[in-house]
Design a protein around this ligand. Structure first.
Ligand code: AAL
Length: 361
C-alpha cells in the first residue's frame, strides 16, 4: 500500500516523539492574582537545600498602567514598568512565600533607574547570577533597554550589581521623530532597539547569554532570539555571528539536554509554539509543536546528570497569566481594545505536563 508523506512521519519520527508535551495549569498560593500588584516573567526555579527559589518581576502600582503617552515618573506605562526583581521560596512548588526584593531599581540617573525586571538565574560554582532587563528614565517605547547582572554567594542575597549593563542593543538604526520604532527613519539590526529576557547557561566552559531582540524598523512582535558568550558571567559578552538564532519566539525559555540547548519558542513568528533543539546551542531545529504553552515559563533547573530525556529540564515550573490586553491596546494593535478588560494585574501560575491525556488528542 502506498503511504503519504504525513503518515510516514506519523509512523516514523513523530511516533512517541519525546519532545511532544501537553500542559495543565493550577493556581498557586503566595504569587497568585492580587489587585494592585503585578507579578510576571519568572526565572527558572532552583532547588537549594530542600527549598525551591524563584525570581520574578514585581511592581506594586497605585494606578493601572497608562501607556507610553501618559506615563510619568510615578505612573507606569506598562505592567512591567517601574518594577523590581523579587524572589519567593516554596517547599512543594504549590505554596509560595514571597521573600522580598532581590534587586531594586537604581537611584536617579542610574542605568537601571526606571526598572529592573524579567530575570534569569544561574547557579555556578557557588555563585548565584541574576541576569535581568534594565530601563533608564524616561522609558518610552523607543528607548533602548539593556541587560545587566547581579551576583551573590547566597540565593537570599545580598546582591552586587554590575557597574554597567553587560549586553546592549545593536547601535544601528534610527527611530523617526515621533519615536515610533516600527516607523524607523533608518531600519536597524534585528536587536537594535532592545535586548530582553536574558537566560544564562554554562556549557562547554563558557557562559551563554540567550536573549530576545527587538529591532528599530520591526514590529515588536517580530522578536527573535540571539546568544552572546563570555568566559566570565560578568562579560565581556560577544554576540554570536549566527544571530538571530531563531526566526520566532518571545520570552526566552531554554534548558540543556544531551550536550545541546532546547528552547520553547513562543508567541511570535512563523515557528511560534514549538520546542526546538540546537545540538551546538546555535542551530535550532523544530522538534515538536505545542498547544497553549506556558507564557514566559520558568522551568525547574536540574543537574546535568538528570538530563536524560528531552523534556527533563522542562518538567514543571511557573509562568505568567495576563488577565487583560491593555499593553497591546496601548499600542493600538488589539481589537480587544473595544472590550472592557481592565484588571491589569498579571500573576503567576504553575504549569506541568498533562500525562493523563494522550498527546495527540
Ligand atoms: C515580556 C518580556 C519582556 C518585555 C516585557 C517584559 O514578557 O518579553 O519583559 O520587556 O514583556
Amino acid at each position: 500500500m502506498p503511504r503519504s508523506a504525513a503518515m510516514r512521519r506519523f509512523e516514523g519520527p513523530d511516533k512517541d516523539n519525546p519532545w511532544f508535551a501537553k500542559f495543565k495549569y493550577s493556581k498557586i498560593t503566595g504569587l497568585g492574582y492580587e489587585r494592585g500588584v503585578v507579578r510576571r516573567d519568572p526565572s527558572a526555579i532552583l532547588a537549594i537545600d530542600g527549598r525551591y527559589y524563584i525570581w520574578y518581576t514585581r511592581a506594586a502600582h497605585a494606578h493601572p498602567p497608562v501607556g507610553f503617552d501618559r506615563m510619568t515618573k510615578e505612573l507606569p506605562a506598562t505592567p512591567w514598568d517601574l518594577a523590581d526583581v523579587w524572589y519567593a521560596t516554596s517547599a512543594d512548588g504549590h505554596h509560595w512565600e514571597e521573600q522580598g526584593p532581590a534587586v531594586e531599581r537604581g537611584p536617579p540617573g542610574a542605568y537601571d533607574e526606571r526598572g529592573v525586571f524579567t530575570p534569569g538565574i544561574l547557579a555556578h560554582d557557588g555563585l548565584y547570577c541574576l541576569v535581568y532587563q534594565v530601563a533608564r528614565h524616561p522609558n518610552y517605547r523607543c528607548t533602548p533597554e539593556s541587560i545587566a547582572i547581579a551576583w551573590s554567594d547566597s540565593p537570599a542575597g545580598p546582591w552586587t550589581k554590575s557597574p554597567a549593563p553587560i549586553l546592549e542593543p545593536d547601535p544601528s538604526g534610527e527611530v523617526d521623530e515621533k519615536g515610533i520604532p516600527e516607523q524607523a527613519a533608518v531600519k536597524g539590526a534585528w536587536d537594535s532597539l532592545q535586548v530582553h529576557d536574558p537566560e544564562l547557561l554554562y556549557r562547554e566552559g563558557k557562559f551563554w547569554l540567550y536573549y530576545k531582540g527587538e529591532g528599530i524598523g520591526y514590529h515588536h512582535m517580530e522578536s527573535k532570539w540571539g546568544v552572546a558568550t563570555a568566559d566570565s558571567p560578568f562579560g565581556p559578552y560577544t554576540k554570536s555571528p549566527f544571530n538571530p538564532i531563531t526566526n520566532s519566539g518571545h520570552e526566552v525559555v531554554v534548558w540543556q539536554y544531551d550536550g545541546g540547548v532546547a528552547g520553547l519558542v513562543n508567541r511570535c513568528g512563523p515557528e511560534k509554539n514549538t520546542i526546538q533543539f540546537a545540538p551546538d546551542g546555535v542551530n535550532f531545529e523544530i522538534k515538536s509543536s505545542l498547544v497553549v504553552p506556558p507564557q514566559a515559563a520558568g522551568p525547574l533547573r536540574i543537574d546535568d546528570a538528570c538530563n536524560t530525556e528531552p523534556l527533563s529540564g522542562f518538567s514543571w515550573g511557573l509562568s505568567h497569566v495576563i488577565p487583560h490586553s491593555s499593553h497591546l491596546t496601548m499600542q493600538g494593535h488589539d481589537p480587544l481594545a473595544l472590550a472592557e478588560i481592565n484588571e491589569p494585574w498579571d500573576f503567576l501560575v504553575r504549569w506541568e505536563h498533562d500525562h493523563h491525556r494522550r498527546t495527540y488528542i
